[in-house]
Structures are given as C-alpha cells and as structure tokens.
Design a protein around this ligand. Structure first.
Ligand code: ASP
Length: 583
C-alpha cells in the first residue's frame, strides 16, 4: 500500500472506475449478505461502500469478519460500478463501490456509549464523549463552517488594513460588567491576575501607540451565569481604529458579515444594515436587541389612559400593550399572566376580541370609548397590557413579545435580520445600589454636545455606543471612545468613583490619555454567537469543540477540579470549605 489514503471516502465517482486506490476511515456499518461482506467506510468527506468477496481475496474476508462499527480500517481495491439495482441515489458515491483486495484493521473500537446516528443523545453524554460527537455530521459541519468563516474574517480584516496584535490575557480586571476569573500568582502570594474580560484598554493603548488599525480574534473570560449564548470563555473579533467616524466602524463590520455569508456561498444581507435608536427599540420591542423577524410590536397607551377610570392605568407611569393575533382562552391568559409575573409585572390586563368582534375583558367596563378605540384590534385577537414604570413595562412586554412570537409561530426562521442599535444612554441606574453605572463599559464616549450632561444630568446623556443585532441576538458591541482624560474622569466621577479611586484603578490608563491620545473607536463581535447563527444553531455550544455545560463544568475532563494542599500552600491560599471538597 502507498500512503494511508489515495482517495477520501467521499471522492470516488464513476470517473475513478478502474483505479485501485487505498482508502482509510471508520466503519459506519458492516453487513454480511449472499456470501459477501459489505462495509460502509466513513470519513469527514462521506461514505464509500467496500465489498469483500472471499473468492477475490480470502485474506481480506478473514479480516472483514472481525470488523465492527467504528473500527478504523484501511483497504486497497478496485473502484467498480455498482450493479444497477445496488445504486444508492442518497450517497454521492452511491454509483460505485470498491472491490477489496487488501484489508487491514488499523485500530479497534469498543462498542460506543451512543450510536452516532442517534439524534436524541443527551448533551452531558455528548460532551463526555465529545471526540465521538465530533465524528458526527453536525459537529463536522459546524466546526468546518467555523474555520471557513474565521479564515474569511481574517482575510477581510487584513484587506481592510488591520494588523493582528496579541494582548495579555493575564492582566488587571477590565470592567465589562461581569466578574473576573482570578489567577493566583505563586511568586507573589495574595496577588491575582484577572483573566481578560476583553482586550478593551490594551486596544485603546494601541491607538495611543500609533497602531491605527488593530484586530485580534481574542479569547475572553467572564465569570457569569451560562446561557444558550454564553460561555465562560469565548472569542471575539476585537478591533479598534484611530480617527474613525462611527459610520466607518460600522462599515468595517458590515463588510466582515458580508464576506462571511459569501464564504459559505450564501446571499449576504443587503448593506447598509438598518439602524434603530435605542429609545425606539425599547419602545417598540421592549429590548435593546430586538428580534425584528416578526411584528407584534409594543404600542404605547400612556397618554390615552391618563384620566382612565381604571385606576391601574391612570396611576401608572407607563401603559403599553401588544395585540396578539389570536383570541386567547382563559387558561392561556392565566399562563401568560404567570409568565408576566415571573418577569416582575403585578398583573396582565387584557381585552379579548372574539371572532365576531365581541370584547371579553374584566376591565372593559372601566374603559372609555376613546380608550377602547385606541386599543381596537381585529376580530380574533387579544390585547395584553402592562402598566408600571417604563423600565418594567419594557422588560415584561419585551419578554412576552418574544414568548408569544415563538408560541404562536410568528417567527419567520428563513429571515436574517441584521440591525444596528445606536444612541444608547451613557449611564443607567444600578437597580441594587441606585448609583449611575455604565451601560457597556466606562470608556464609551458621549455624543457630541452631551459632555456637560455627564455632570448635570447623567441619565439624559447619550453615548456613541452601538450594538449589532442578528435575529434578536447581540452579536457584538462597540463605541467611539473617550479620548480626553478630563471627560474620562467626569465619567468615573458620575459613577461615584472618587478621584483617588479612579487614579488607583485606572491611573495608568488616564496617564495615557494625557499623552497624545487620538480619537478612536472600535468593536467586538462575538465569534461563537456569529458562527452559531451562521450554522443555524440555537446554542453556541454547538460550534465550540469542547464547551462547558450550563452549570460550568466540563464532563469530558471533569474540570473544574480540586487542587492539592501543596499547591494551595504555595499560592498562599486557604479554603473556607474543607480542602479538596467538591462544591
Ligand atoms: N470591549 C467591548 C466588549 O468586549 C467591545 C468594545 O467596546 O470594543 O464587549
């Protein structure tokens, strides 16, 4: 035999008939029939059928009898046309087969803990045996697609004049809104590095350092609860430009998105992507990452209910509603009310408009003609109201809208809706402390003319922050930054940091802003979220080779794991829980 393989399993076509290649791969199936042994051999390119005929090769037949599923085998033989009745139209290689002359078992396999073609395998089992899961078509497709897209992104970034520069991952905490993962330092017991939540401040320093156009596919670490679109460690396309306009930054990203679609042979979304102000997104969708693939938009009824006889409406800061295109039953309404309560609402008022236009509602008798007219919905619909503070109304109706969109099948999965959300507020009140806090991170610049509001009316200041949204997922965020030390100090002050505290935490960075910092801005695009959406997956774990489970562990290696007393002593750490105890 020559090398390990002359042909990949997916290669052989009738054009190869008459050739005598070597193929190697995994055994998907073995069947014995009519004195012959049929072996479906698989690799990542596809499946080819091997036929072992004891008359043609008695040696190979002896070996073939030992072969089980998932054995690795190598075979040499002749590519022949299948008999017409044996042609398999479902396989690209279904018109041919290989008549085997030589057969070798390269590696044996125990019976697997799950069948590779079983779609219903539970995730913990898939992750414990991820290397088997990776053999499956879905993971092969997702990881190969990921590599194609990342290569296209890199090409695009380089074509656009960006250079790839590495930044430290063991660093000082970067305020991105999550907890830091800490790394104890043996040489300096009691001191910790933080794993970078992002390269944010370093990329800004690149701009001060004259590097102009930086990018990196950076790994970031954030200690937060895991969800479908969140892992402790993830990658982002991190970039920064000196002297950009906001439009220039958005343009860089739109190009990246377009080349990614093109690399996969798909039609990219038309450019420029639509833009929506944060305030509008919150009002119409109750979310700063609206899923615009369906309507069910939130409508405002605050004005019309000001003098309402229904006290709940009259006394609420905001009254808003959505009109679902179906007359909901009492049980359904009860469930929705529970849902709304889970999101913090006190209740969920409703008007059901029956098929013949009759209105069913406990509150209808309190409502004026004018109110009823304002809420009018076509026959066969239900108007659902939330009355509370604007923030609560947005939260509840935003969640309800998404829930109903799914429940009622209103989401058109074939649509790709990319959208920029702009003009975020610079600060929001922290619900726990009542303190002004940054919306994204404290290095975001205010929009021109709002600099003074930072001191006088922080809640009214708008920022130069922007988010890229795809079908309701936040793909990434960025901003034009603060490049003047005096403005940066004002922002820290508004957040309640004293000058000493600001200097203690960020003095090193504030100094840099005083030494010729050019205007700059950038962005970070969540690579795994982007890949998952491109792959049509609803969980980023499907595009990560070795992800953590929702509870933050790795069933494959068993990490995280306790450490030894020696290691803890070296690091100067003593545990509150018994040493070595598992949580
Ligand atoms: N550092 C930000 C993040 O990780 C992105 C940016 O503002 O460029 O989300």
């Amino acid at each position: 035999m020559s090398g390990w393989r002359d042909l990949l399993c997916g290669d052989p076509s009738p054009a190869h008939v008459g050739r005598t290649p070597t193929v190697a791969g995994w055994v998907a199936r073995r069947r014995d029939h009519g004195g012959l042994i049929f072996i479906d051999l698989r690799d990542h390119t596809g499946v080819i059928q091997l036929v072992v005929n004891p008359e043609r090769s008695p040696e190979a037949a002896k070996t073939a009898h030992e072969i089980r599923s998932e054995f690795v085998v190598r075979a040499k033989g002749e590519v022949v046309r299948r008999a017409p009745e044996a042609v398999n139209k479902n396989l690209p290689t279904g018109e041919v087969e290989i008549q085997v002359d030589e057969l070798e078992i390269v590696a044996r396999s125990e019976p697997l803990p799950f069948q590779l073609d079983d779609e219903g395998v539970e995730e913990p089992l898939r992750l414990k045996y991820r290397y088997l899961d990776l053999r499956r078509e879905r993971m092969q497709r997702n990881l190969r697609l990921s590599a194609t897209v990342i290569a296209a992104i890199r090409r695009s970034m380089e074509k656009q004049g960006f250079i790839d520069v590495w930044t430290p991952t063991m660093t000082l905490g970067t305020p991105e809104g999550a907890r830091d993962f800490l790394v104890p330092v043996r040489l300096q017991p009691g001191r910790f590095f933080a794993l970078a939540q992002s390269p944010q401040l370093f990329k800004q320093l690149f701009m001060v350092g004259g590097l102009d156009r930086y990018y990196q596919i950076a790994t970031c670490w954030r200690d937060e609860d895991l969800r479908a679109d969140r892992q402790f460690e993830f990658r982002q396309l991190d970039l920064e430009l000196a002297f950009p306009s906001r439009e220039e930054v958005l343009d860089v990203l739109e190009r990246v998105v377009v080349v990614s679609f093109e690399a996969l042979g798909e039609t990219p979304p038309p450019r420029p992507f639509p833009r929506m102000a944060y305030a509008e997104a919150m009002l119409r969708y109750g979310s700063d990452k609206p899923d615009t693939r369906f309507g069910l938009e939130i409508q405002d009824a605050t004005e019309v209910t000001r003098g309402s006889d229904f006290g709940v409406f009259a006394n609420a800061e905001a009254v808003r509603f959505i009109a679902a295109p179906t007359a909901l039953s009492r049980t359904e309404l009860q469930k929705l009310e529970d849902f709304a309560k889970d999101w913090g609402a006190k209740g969920l008022a409703y008007l059901v408009v029956g098929e013949s236009g009759e209105v069913r509602s406990p509150i209808a008798r309190f409502l004026s003609e004018q109110e009823l007219k304002a809420f009018s919905a076509p026959p066969g619909s239900t108007v659902l109201f939330v009355a509370a503070t604007p923030a609560l109304v947005e939260r509840v109706l935003g969640a309800l809208r998404l829930h109903l969109g799914e429940e009622l099948g209103l989401v058109d999965d074939s649509r790709n809706e990319l959208l920029w959300v702009l003009d975020f507020p610079l600060f929001l009140r922290d619900e726990d402390t009542g303190q002004w806090t940054f919306v994204h991170h404290p290095f975001t610049g205010p929009i021109e003319g709002h600099e003074d509001l930072i001191d006088t009316d922080p809640g009214a200041a708008l920022s130069q922050h922007y988010d890229l949204i795809w079908n309701g997922w936040e793909l990434g965020s960025g901003s034009i930054r603060i490049h003047r030390q005096e403005i940066q100090e004002r922002v820290f002050r508004a957040m309640g940091l004293t000058e000493e505290e600001a200097r203690a935490k960020f003095g090193w960075f504030l100094d840099a802003l005083q030494m010729g910092a050019p205007p700059h801005g950038g962005f970070a695009l969540g690579i795994e979220r982007f890949l998952a959406l491109l792959a049509g997956e609803s969980n980023i774990r499907e595009v990560i080779a070795f992800p953590k489970t929702a509870s933050g562990s790795d069933p494959l290696t068993g990490a995280p794991a306790p450490t030894t007393e020696e290691r803890l002593d070296e690091l100067g750490i003593s545990l509150k829980a018994p040493k070595g105890a598992n949580p």
